[in-house]
Design a binder for this molecule. Structure first.
Ligand code: SAM
Length: 280
């Protein structure tokens, strides 16, 4: 089978499995199994795949047919400007979350040596991206589950983000104290259980502990606002990613807790995705 035939075969198989972006994924898979870049593929598309590459392709397609996430198969994924290792036990970084990082960057612009806390850090994609963009910052990443925490550790290494500290902790147990932060950011679990049925088939392979946010999806926002407000400096920012139809409720929770300048930002699909607020 040539590279070109493998690409067409992959596209067809992915489409038949109900995968929307079969063209984009087929390109990524062919690049992954051949080790070639875009321009090399264009010049070498008549080259035969080796037996090893064909077996690898078959194995990948079998996994994608049952909708096992591509990101877990590849073992790493691009988020914002950086690469992150991902696998079973950790949430796959989503492009929607890049909006949250961008809002944080706007706020941090011009600040010297900002102290940042990333709660429910998962792969560490938010905190590590901020640490890289603001090398004079000090970033603490807090995560409850060891399966996810080991990804934070390897992503700190991968990105050489040594102005970070990964710690294990539970946001429901309150803040461990310590220095007040300029910015507290979180993309916590926020899906209400009744909405799990309508998530993508790939999401079923991600840990429920990274997804479920209590009966109305808002348990983590309530706990973080209550437990971590005292850990923010005056004038510091609390920044959340929120689920569909949650932004107004989270904005209300923040106002009721005395936060000011409560602001909602939409994502590229015009869904209210990020809520930020300032501690007076
Ligand atoms: C929605 S994921 C977000 C991961 C990452 N911040 C991102 O944006 O990709 C939520 C994360 O919170 C962690 N988590 C769940 N319950 C927690 C708790 N009580 N305290 C701290 N982290 C928790 C999960 O393990 C998961 O890694």
């Amino acid at each position: 089978m040539t590279i070109f035939e493998a690409y067409n075969h992959t596209k067809q198989k992915l489409k038949a499995a109900g995968i929307e972006d079969s063209v984009y994924e087929a390109k990524i898979i062919i690049k992954h199994i051949t080790g070639l870049n875009n321009s090399q593929i264009l010049t070498e598309y008549t080259k035969e795949l080796t037996e090893f590459q064909q077996n690898n392709l078959t194995a990948i397609l079998r996994q994608r047919e049952i909708r096992y996430p591509l990101q877990y198969i590849l073992g790493e994924w691009d988020f914002y400007k950086y690469k992150f290792k991902v696998g079973v036990g950790v949430l796959i970084p989503r492009s929607d979350t890049e909006i949250l990082v961008e809002k944080c960057c706007e706020y941090l612009q011009g600040k010297t040596e900002p102290k940042i806390l990333d709660l429910c850090a998962g792969s560490g994609c938010i905190g590590i991206s901020l640490a890289k963009d603001f090398p004079d910052s000090a970033v603490v990443l807090l995560e409850k589950y060891p399966e996810a925490k080991r990804y934070i550790d390897s992503n700190i290494e991968l990105n050489a983000a040594f102005n970070t500290l990964a710690v294990m902790g539970d946001i429901f147990e309150g803040d461990a104290g310590g220095q007040p932060y300029d910015l507290i950011v979180s993309n916590p679990p926020y899906i209400p259980p009744k909405e799990m049925a309508i998530t993508s088939p790939e999401t079923k392979f991600e840990p429920e502990t990274a997804l479920l946010g209590g009966e109305d999806g808002l348990d983590f926002y309530r706990a973080i606002i209550e437990n971590y407000k005292s850990s923010l400096k005056d004038g510091g920012m609390l920044a959340f990613e929120v689920g569909i139809n949650e932004a107004k409720c989270v904005a209300e929770l923040l106002k009721n807790a005395g936060f000011v300048n409560v602001d909602i930002t939409k994502d590229l699909n015009s869904i209210e995705r990020v809520v930020t607020a300032i501690k007076e």
